[in-house]
Design a protein around this ligand. Structure first.
Ligand SMILES: [Zn+2]
Length: 193
């Protein structure tokens, strides 16, 4: 899908007042994945990404299929008809699709999910849902790693493979200045969220 086509489609989705149909969700998912890979490097190709679904009870989160070979985004039902909520949720979850893992993610991955969600909300032209609570805290810590978050994120994925890294030594080598600032920042970022 070309960026032009994606944008035209997204313009249409923005103005629609009824619920977003399945094919639109898929188109948005492909667009967001492409953007995320451009900024943060390629996703793990061993997983198949499936069509996002609305969940009546839970979400937003990612869910694996039965044999764990594929994964998809489960959206909360409040994203059904409201474009800004849809972008906010799906962009965040898209970062969890890059290197999918069952169970809790790391603070580092959540921080980049927040960053990418804010970036896409801004890019697609609406007011942003700002992070709060622990999401805000890990996002703030991640920003201390460098001035350009996506450059920082790409370096981490290139050197440590995923945002699930628990390799403190590699992280210290990548970001030596952080140790001087505060020794607890890197351990906190690679810890479970
Ligand atoms: Zn998340």
């Amino acid at each position: 899908m070309s960026e032009y086509l994606a944008k035209t489609k997204l313009e249409k989705m923005k103005t629609r007042e009824v619920c977003f149909p399945a094919e639109d969700l898929w188109e948005l998912q492909c667009f967001l994945l492409e953007e995320a890979e451009n900024l943060l490097g390629p996703r793990d190709p061993s997983f198949t990404i499936y069509q996002p679904v609305y969940s009546p009870e839970v979400g937003p989160n990612i869910r694996f299929n039965e044999n764990k070979s594929g994964v998809f985004v489960e959206l909360h039902k409040n994203a059904t008809c409201y474009w800004p909520t849809l972008v906010y949720q799906m962009a965040h979850e898209t970062i969890h699709l890059l290197d999918p893992r069952p169970g809790p993610s790391t603070c580092l991955e959540e921080a980049f999910a927040v960053e990418f969600s804010l970036f896409m909300q801004n890019k697609l032209g609406h007011s942003m849902y700002m992070p709060s609570g622990k999401y805000y805290e890990v996002w703030r810590l991640m920003h201390l790693l460098g001035r350009h978050p996506f450059v920082v994120g790409k370096r981490i994925r290139e050197n440590c493979e995923t945002f699930h890294t628990n390799d403190l030594r590699k992280m210290i080598k990548l970001f030596p200045h952080i140790r001087l600032l505060d020794k607890s920042i890197l351990p906190e970022l690679i810890s479970e969220f």
